[in-house]
Design a protein around this ligand. Structure first.
Ligand SMILES: [Zn+2]
Length: 83
């Protein structure tokens, strides 16, 4: 635990708990670059890839998800950045 100068413990405001189940595991799917509707759910409105801690995707699928988002960007199916 981090403490400030006065010795009080500093804690961040807690975020709402997010679904921990991986969407791709539960639906028995694999992320694919052509499925832009699904890929858009894992991209912020600014065009960033949502981190695993926020999306709840497992490590295996986050890896393939990131790669397929990057490939979809390369094919101009997804934007690199929005504004
Ligand atoms: Zn998974």
């Amino acid at each position: 635990m981090k403490k400030d100068k006065k010795g009080k413990s500093v804690s961040r405001p807690k975020r709402k708990s997010l679904p921990k189940k991986c969407m791709f595991c539960s639906e028995n799917k694999e992320p694919h670059f052509s499925e832009t509707e699904i890929l858009r759910r894992f991209v912020t409105e600014r065009g960033k890839i949502v981190p695993r801690s926020r999306s709840g995707v497992c490590a295996k699928h986050q890896k393939t998800l990131g790669l397929s988002i990057k490939y979809a960007r390369h094919l101009a199916l997804l934007p690199f950045l929005e504004r």
